[in-house]
Design a protein around this ligand. Structure first.
Ligand code: ADP
Ligand code: MG
Length: 397
């Protein structure tokens, strides 16, 4: 799960990490109060969306200006106007895709005097099964770009969970970042703080880009992205509260309410499959036959008729879906339950695109029988290849 920059900074603050003063604004009428509270003389108005690259992004609406989602302003009335302009507008960055993201919240922050911009992040490294640190002197840039062009400017190491983070880890980072004196001391402390926070909060990513050295020689976290392990959220109600549903894909949100594993994709063939492996194989074979999947959907082993109906509704609500492929192997899941779910859903939402159904396994004859007797216009398929070929043909003609 993702949270906003201002929420991430609130967590950093609660751990004693260095962050500046700031006030989030959710409604335009609160803009003046936030700006006055900060007092200036420099304000930074920052669009809060679950995507990076805001500074270099552009607004779709001309009246929000085109200079991006992070603006430095030096007058109170200008800061207020900027907040009002950004709210409700659509910001496009290299991470949002061309559709952009609507700005529902704005963070007004005290302007910082920047001497240097650095990069620091923590993530779960699957290779070592440990928490890794990444540090670089090239802050403010995408780390992927730095890794591609000047990999020697990046320091990475992982921390042994048996010892946890040690002072030498901090000294290593401080040295790599070229920090001395006060800033080096602050860096060593920050490394320990971030590691503790990462573990305690079950984070999967904490990225501070940039971490700055201020003009008076202090470290300050100027931007922060945090992701959390969704499977651990049950023990962090305080983080669950930070969820901003308006940032999430509507279809994925609906699916999560029914405990369906659903991911929106860009293709044209909607897929309803049970089992993540079979779902992956189904997506692959759709591609093999020359089309693209519109989604990944694993209805799971214990799907009920209601769950299947909901899954079907989510698929058909996607305007890009030109055809649907139901591919179920009934092991724990019974084919007749799937068949009933599909029929109930079609009766409720109607069927405007071709539907291919491939059933195999427990109660397969009963399932096929239910579909055949339903009077629905369903194309039956015998195996995975046959099913993929038929749906691609039905869609492409
Ligand atoms: P993003 O990564 O989404 O573009 P950032 O928060 O990193 O957003 O902001 C982009 C740039 O704007 C930073 O690299 C920094 O140069 C500048 N910036 C951001 N916040 C402040 C601030 N409070 N004071 C001064 N400059 C800032
Ligand atoms: Mg940034």
């Amino acid at each position: 799960m993702n949270i906003h920059e201002y929420q991430a900074k609130e967590i950093l603050r609660s751990y004693g990490a260095p962050v500046g003063k700031g006030v989030p604004v959710l409604k335009a009428e609160d803009a003046a109060k936030a700006v006055e509270e900060l007092g200036g003389p420099v304000w930074v108005v920052k669009a809060q969306i679950h995507a990076g690259g805001r500074g270099k992004g552009t607004f779709k609406e001309a009246e929000a200006g085109e200079k991006g989602g992070v603006r430095v302003v030096k007058a109170e009335d200008e800061a207020i106007a900027m907040v009002e302009q950004m709210l409700g507008k659509t910001l496009v960055t290299h991470q949002t895709g061309p559709a952009g993201k609507q700005v529902g919240r704005v963070y007004v922050e005290a302007g910082a005097g920047i001497a240097r911009e650095l990069y620091l992040s923590l993530l779960v490294d699957r290779e070592t099964s440990r928490i890794s640190f990444i540090a670089s002197t090239e802050g403010g840039m995408d780390i992927e770009e730095v890794a591609a062009e000047t990999p020697e400017k990046i320091l990475t190491f992982s921390v042994d969970p048996a010892t946890g983070v040690m002072p030498f880890h901090g000294r290593k980072v401080a040295k790599a970042l070229g920090l001395e004196g006060l800033a080096a001391k602050q860096c060593i402390k920050l490394i320990g703080t971030l590691y503790r926070m990462f573990v305690e909060k079950d984070a999967s990513l904490v990225e501070i880009n940039p971490l700055i050295v201020t003009e008076d020689g202090n470290l300050l976290c100027l931007d922060c992205k945090m992701n959390f392990d969704s499977n651990a959220l049950y023990r962090h109600p305080e983080i669950m509260e930070l969820r901003d549903e308006t940032e999430e894909d509507e279809k994925e949100l609906a699916a999560s309410k029914y405990d369906l594993n659903y991911i929106s994709l860009d293709g044209e063939i909607g897929c309803m499959v049970n089992g993540a492996g079979l779902a992956m194989a189904t997506m692959d074979i759709i591609k093999l036959y020359g089309s693209e999947p519109a989604n990944f959907l694993d209805v799971g082993g214990g799907a009920t008729k209601e769950k299947v109906t909901e899954a079907f509704k989510i698929i058909t609500s996607d305007p890009n879906v030109k055809g649907i492929l139901v591919n179920i192997f009934g092991g724990i899941m019974r084919c007749d339950v799937i068949a009933e779910g599909v029929i109930a859903a079609v009766k409720e939402v109607g069927l405007k695109v071709p539907l291919v159904v491939r059933l195999e396994g427990t109660n397969v004859e009963l399932g096929k029988d239910i579909i055949n007797k339903s009077g629905l216009d369903v194309i039956a398929a015998d195996n995975l290849a046959d099913a993929a070929e038929k749906i691609v043909k039905a869609v492409k003609g």
